[in-house]
Design a protein around this ligand. Structure first.
Ligand SMILES: Cc1cc2nc3c(=O)[nH]c(=O)nc-3n(C[C@H](O)[C@H](O)[C@H](O)COP(=O)(O)OP(=O)(O)OC[C@H]3O[C@@H](n4cnc5c(N)ncnc54)[C@H](O)[C@@H]3O)c2cc1C
Length: 375
């Protein structure tokens, strides 16, 4: 096949770009470095229990964007799962996010919805005037006791530094819900693909105008795939890697996942529990079977798959998870963006290309916008 476009990287961004271009009549070659498509949303099925295991951390699809929901629904039904997150602190279990359930349990009080804002304002009011770092900013929103229980150590683990070393800008809002609504995400369009995430990507790429090559790394110096105005390349790998790290590495936070088969039917009774204290090094435990309550076989299986998530410093060769936003990284990113802009036909996108955290729906929205502009 002669190709009109190359998509390098088959995560949710690349798959959406490829499908949209193909729907628009383009012939598209997809190159994926890994052995399988799906990027960090890739899962595998545990052969013993049928549990869908998320390989790169739990992924819950949720969106408030009609177009994105419509696009995803072309390739899957969702199971209606609504995400809830619990927090373990001081030997007790609380419902996140910060709201009536958590505040009433934590303080041992019985506030009504209309009483909560004044209570939080009073707690927050006991603090200093002008926040100059993350810690002061967070305390100015919710007060010291809640901050120390649910935010301080979790943040220290997540970012590997004392929250007082983080900028106040990192935390622009810390909403407290004046209700017992414990749905973690506000979007009612939410769920897990009924027959799993992998099937979604297979269906997206199943189009006569798309050819997929896995274990195929795109390199800018490979003349076979060189971008041009006639045959653009849509690249969603790391932007610094694309240019051989010529200005240095963009900094990331990484994660280590420690997976285990627990010989119990139900380990923690829910999909995610955050560990907000300093007594353990991990930030959360995932228990994957709870994402598919409709999968009775997996739910009733006598064992379960859990995964402890340990944040860690990133070094070259590690999986990059969270971009580190600071002055130095912004300056470095600007240099790589300028390099990319000099290459005719090169379009850089996705979380690694843009060096930005995007939820899946935002990744799809940006990919749709990018691909439609090229059709
Ligand atoms: C821990 C964690 C949990 C998350 N949970 C959620 C959640 O619950 N809900 C949600 O909406 N979002 C979640 N996200 C965000 C979600 O992971 C991203 O929105 C999504 O993965 C972005 O897709 P992408 O295609 O941009 O990147 P990726 O998924 O990283 O895909 C990029 C692909 O490009 C390939 N590639 C790289 N370089 C090359 C190359 N040179 N040639 C060919 N291929 C290449 C990679 O192998 C990869 O397959 C989470 C993110 C993290 C870090």
């Amino acid at each position: 096949m002669v190709f009109d476009a190359i998509v390098a990287g088959a995560g949710i961004w690349g798959c959406t770009v490829a499908r949209t271009l193909a729907d628009g009549g383009k012939r598209v070659l997809v190159l994926e470095k890994r052995a399988a498509v799906g990027g960090n949303v890739r899962c595998e099925t545990d052969p013993e229990t049928g549990i869908e295991v998320h390989l790169y951390g739990s992924h819950i699809f949720h969106t408030g964007i009609d177009e994105v929901w419509g696009f995803m629904r072309r390739f899957t039904e969702f199971n209606g799962y609504q995400h809830k997150v619990l927090a373990r602190y001081g030997g007790k279990t609380y419902f996140l996010p910060l709201g009536l359930a958590l505040v009433n349990q934590f303080y041992g009080i019985d506030l009504k919805p209309e009483e909560l804002p004044a209570f939080i304002a009073k707690e927050a009011g006991k603090t200093c005037a002008e926040p100059s770092n993350f810690e002061e900013q967070a305390i100015s929103f919710i007060g010291r006791p809640l901050y120390e229980a649910f935010i301080r150590e979790y943040t220290r683990k997540q970012w590997g530094t004392d929250p007082r070393n983080l900028s106040a800008d990192v935390i622009r809002r810390l909403p407290v819900r004046a209700s017992y609504d414990v749905n973690y995400f506000p979007d009612w369009r939410q769920g897990i693909p009924l027959d799993g995430y992998n099937a979604v990507f297979d269906r997206m790429l199943d189009h006569p105008g798309i050819e997929v090559r896995c274990s195929a790394e795109f390199r800018l110096d490979d003349p076979e795939f060189a971008p041009s105005a006639e045959r653009p390349v849509f690249y969603s790998g790391p932007v610094d890697e694309l240019f051989g790290y010529r200005f240095g590495h963009l900094p990331w936070r990484s994660l280590r996942f420690e997976r285990e088969r627990a010989a119990v039917k139900d380990f923690q009774g829910t999909s995610v529990v955050n560990y907000t204290g300093a007594e353990v090094d991990f930030t959360r435990i995932h228990e994957f079977k709870h994402y598919h309550p409709e999968n009775r076989g997996a739910m009733e299986a006598p064992s379960t798959i859990i995964c402890r998530e340990y944040p860690k410093a990133w070094k070259p060769g590690d999986e990059p998870y969270y971009p580190v936003d600071n002055q130095a990284s912004r300056e470095l990113l600007a240099k790589y963006r300028a390099e990319a802009a000099k290459v005719p036909g090169l379009v850089v996108g996705g979380r690694l290309g843009e060096y930005k955290y995007y939820d899946m729906d935002k990744s799809v929205a940006r990919a749709l916008e990018t691909a439609k502009a090229a059709c």
